[in-house]
Structure formats: structure tokens, C-alpha cells
Design a protein around this ligand. Structure first.
Ligand code: SIN
Length: 330
């Protein structure tokens, strides 16, 4: 065989191998792992994102959503993301403490008066700045998703802070939340979301704090006879990805993905407050849990005892951030 023929043959072999490689590579797969049920603001938002991507990038990108801690629980998902085992996650803002202290802001008790204030802050320049607070760790924030304000549930009726004394409360992995329960002389217990129902059912803990939609979809109300309407803290999420993965995407694909994500987030945030109202009503209708409404005087006692926690974390968070969040209340 002549040299020319050998070269031509090699060229054909290289081309066939390249084509086969491309075919094997297939679509870009984005695994989106989260810990809540599908009929929650985050669950519905994730499914909406999957559907929009299918519609607009079908064939090129496939989004696989894994709800209910099916793939990873809160303890594992961030390291899994940095290892490339999942590409998107949306942990509660309370769960990023290992990566940045700045997001502790969102855990300060009684910081936001309502979800409109939260929305105003997250859309502000300071709120957007926080999306980049973990880039030095290879984590990029793509947007915020609302769940809502938290309430306290317990085995015992909680009307004044004194009622919580000595009780064990499950909390997310946040030192601010630990300090909040320390201020009550209660016992904070950091545990993943996937374990809360069993801990409550077996009475290993006495109570927990969460939103109406999480308490309803995880059936906490079936094992917690009292829920006090405190609205004392926020449970929102940040959609995060690895900087390496996101920046490695083809530019045109990334632009479409960003648009799909924005639309999915807007959709999730729009339905979040209706979901809270419905979940609260469903819990009330179940008759399993008594809903306790505080008098203004009783609520003020919770504010007075929990709010001093701010001072402890203000320097790590940045006073400018705290002031900007407070300013969003008006
Ligand atoms: C979540 O809503 O993602 C979990 C909240 C929690 O851990 O309590």
C-alpha cells in the first residue's frame, strides 16, 4: 500500500472515531438533586426547569430531577456537586455555612417582615452580590427560590419563649439557628431534613422549625400536636452549580439554560405563597395539629429574646448586608 493510501486510511479512521465519540457523548445531562417533595415551591420549580429545557434544548441537554433526597441528602449534595456527580442543587440558605459566612444573613431571626421584603432584598444589588459569595470555593449561585417563613412545631404548646426551655429542636446546619435556640435555653440538634420525621415520631426530638409546605408534605403535622405561628425566620434556597461545569458549557446552551432557570424561578416564586396558604389550611383541616396564634404581646417576647443573636454574627456577615436587608422591610 502506498504512503498516500495509508495516510488517507488513517484520516478516515480518525474521522470515524471522532464521530463515534460524539455519538457516545450524547446530550449534556444535568442532574438536579433536592431534598423536598415534588409538590413544594422548590420541587415544582425544578420540574418546570426540566420541562422548559426539554422544550427548548431537547436532544442537546437533558435535566434529570431527583427529589426527596433520592440521590443525595443535604450533608452530601454540595461535595457531590463539586465532584461532578450532580450539576444543580438548591439547598436552603442555612446550609452553606461551610462555604461562606455571608449567607448567615438569611438566618437572622425576625430579619424580614414578609416575603415581599425578602423578594426586594434578593433582587437588590446586595442580594445579587451574595450569589457570588462562594465563587472562591468553585460554587456559583444562579438565583434564589422562595419557600417561605418558618413556624415552630412542638410536642408542647409554645406561646411564650419560656415554653421552649429545655426542649430539643431539630435545626438545619447553621450556627445562627443554633444560637437562636440557645437564646431560648432550648437544645438545638443539627440533622438532615430526611431524618426529621423519624426523629419527631420516635420523640428523639421535641420540635422543629419549618414552613407550612414542608410540614405538610413531610407529614410533620401528623407527629407534632402543636404549631405556633411565629414567622420568625426565613426558609429560602439558592440554586447553585459548580463554576467549572457552568463555565464549561457552550455559550449558546448556557444562555438558554439561564433563561429557562429564570422563568422556572419566577414561576416557583409566584406559587410559593399560595402553597403556604394551602398547606396551612390542609394542616388545620386534618385536625392532627393545633395551630396556635400569638397575641402581639406574646410575639414581642420571642422577638426580644431572639433578636440579640444578630450582634454575634453581624461582623462575619457584614453590617452593610444587614442594613440592606433591614431597609428592604419598608
Ligand atoms: C428544604 O426545604 O430544602 C429543607 C429544609 C430543612 O432542612 O428543614
Amino acid at each position: 500500500m502506498s504512503i498516500r493510501k495509508v495516510v488517507q486510511l488513517l484520516a478516515v479512521v480518525v474521522m470515524v472515531c471522532a464521530m463515534a465519540g460524539a455519538a457516545v457523548a450524547g446530550p449534556i445531562v444535568i442532574k438536579f438533586s433536592h431534598v423536598v417533595a415534588e409538590d413544594t415551591p422548590k420541587g415544582l420549580m425544578a420540574n418546570k426547569f426540566r420541562d422548559l429545557v426539554k422544550e427548548r434544548l431537547g436532544g442537546k441537554v437533558v435535566v434529570e430531577v431527583y427529589p426527596n433526597s433520592q440521590l443525595f441528602n443535604d450533608d452530601k449534595v454540595m461535595s457531590a456537586m463539586l465532584l461532578g456527580d450532580v450539576q444543580l442543587a438548591a439547598p436552603a440558605l442555612s446550609k452553606f455555612e461551610k462555604y461562606t459566612k455571608k449567607l448567615q444573613l438569611f438566618d437572622l431571626p425576625f430579619l424580614f417582615k414578609d416575603m415581599d421584603a425578602v423578594e426586594r432584598f434578593q433582587k437588590s444589588a446586595k442580594g445579587k452580590e451574595l450569589l457570588n459569595s462562594m465563587t472562591d470555593k468553585g460554587i456559583l449561585g444562579l438565583g434564589y427560590i422562595h419557600n417561605g417563613l418558618k413556624q415552630l412545631s412542638s410536642d408542647k404548646p409554645l406561646r411564650v419563649p419560656e415554653d421552649a426551655k429545655g426542649l430539643k429542636f431539630r435545626i438545619m446546619s447553621s450556627d445562627v439557628l443554633a444560637a437562636q435556640f440557645d437564646a431560648l435555653d432550648a437544645v438545638p440538634v443539627k440533622k438532615p431534613f430526611s431524618e426529621v420525621f423519624t426523629l419527631l415520631q420516635t420523640k428523639a426530638i421535641d420540635g422543629q422549625e419549618n414552613t407550612w409546605s414542608n410540614m405538610y408534605t413531610q407529614k410533620f403535622y401528623e407527629v407534632q400536636p402543636y404549631i405556633t405561628v411565629t414567622n420568625h425566620g426565613l426558609l429560602d434556597y439558592m440554586v447553585v452549580t459548580s463554576t467549572e461545569f457552568w463555565n464549561g458549557l457552550p455559550g449558546d446552551v448556557r444562555t438558554v439554560l439561564e433563561k429557562c432557570l429564570d422563568e422556572a424561578i419566577t414561576y416557583g416564586n409566584k406559587i410559593s405563597s399560595d402553597l403556604q396558604v394551602k398547606a396551612r389550611q390542609d394542616i388545620a383541616d386534618s385536625g392532627r395539629s393545633q395551630i396556635i396564634t400569638l397575641t402581639p404581646g406574646q410575639r414581642e417576647q420571642w422577638v426580644e429574646i431572639m433578636k440579640p443573636v444578630w450582634k454575634k454574627f453581624e461582623s462575619e456577615i457584614g453590617k452593610d448586608m444587614v442594613d440592606a436587608a433591614v431597609a428592604s422591610n419598608k
